[in-house]
Design a protein around this ligand. Structure first.
Ligand SMILES: *Cc1c(COP(=O)(O)O)cnc(C)c1O
Length: 220
């Protein structure tokens, strides 16, 4: 199937209120432009080195999502244009994003990334670290970041009930933070979960944004 057909098929199945982010890592700009021509405007990349050259040549109305582990020394290069950083996985990274955003007078939307999978390799906070961060004076003094919600990746597993349980745990983290720190804040509205293999389960468990690569562009 073509990229346009893949996108059509996804759109037919996806509730309208769920945002579809096309994860374009490893794919050349010509393929991204096929997705753009099919109407997609949200694109996600996991490496700054790949994001920058693509951002430089894609149309300016693309909304770029940084979805991969972000090193502090790379933050400055993306803050001028990034739409949403999904991968805040340490308090220090949030401090850096706030500082770099302040330098250029932007407020950057971010998500806190949580470790919900069994795999050891995946980055992310746990609930306790997030509670400490959000309760700190440091955080309350940050004027140039806006926390929009949470992001997580489920285990790469055939066991659908395990995947579902992991998404459910992310949902409950989201609810707990919302009630504890963002009550009445309509901007805390994003639950980023679900990829090509598990987005249906994620949507059933309350996802508001799915990050889909191979189901759009084919395998990497
Ligand atoms: C690569 C990636 C995706 C998309 O993965 P697919 O299985 O190709 O849909 C989603 N989220 C993150 C963080 C990724 O790195």
């Amino acid at each position: 199937m073509s990229i346009a057909e893949n996108i059509d098929a996804l759109r037919r199945q996806l509730p309208e209120k769920v945002t579809l982010v096309a994860v374009s890592k490893t794919h050349p700009v010509e393929r991204l432009m096929e997705a753009y021509a099919a109407g997609l405007r949200h694109f996600g990349e996991n490496r700054v080195q790949e994001l920058l050259p693509k951002q430089g040549v894609m149309p300016s109305d693309v909304r770029w999502h940084m979805i991969g582990h972000l090193q502090s020394n790379k933050v400055r290069s993306i803050v001028p244009f990034v739409h949403l950083i999904h991968s805040i996985d340490s308090p220090a990274l949030l401090v850096t994003v706030n500082k770099e955003a302040e330098r250029i007078g932007r407020v950057i939307d971010v998500l806190l990334q949580f470790h919900i999978a069994t795999e050891e390799t995946k980055f992310g906070l746990d609930l306790e670290e997030a509670v400490v961060l959000l309760g700190s004076g440091d955080f309350r003094s940050m004027r140039n970041v806006r926390i929009r919600g949470v992001m997580g990746m489920a285990s790469f597993s055939e066991d659908q009930e395990q995947v579902r349980a992991e998404f459910r745990s992310l949902r409950s983290i989201y609810n707990e933070l919302r009630d504890g720190f963002f009550s009445g804040d309509a901007a805390f509205d994003t639950l980023s979960m679900g990829m090509s293999g598990d987005w249906r389960i994620a949507v059933e468990e309350g996802s508001t944004l799915i990050r889909v690569g191979s189901a759009i562009f084919g395998s990497r």
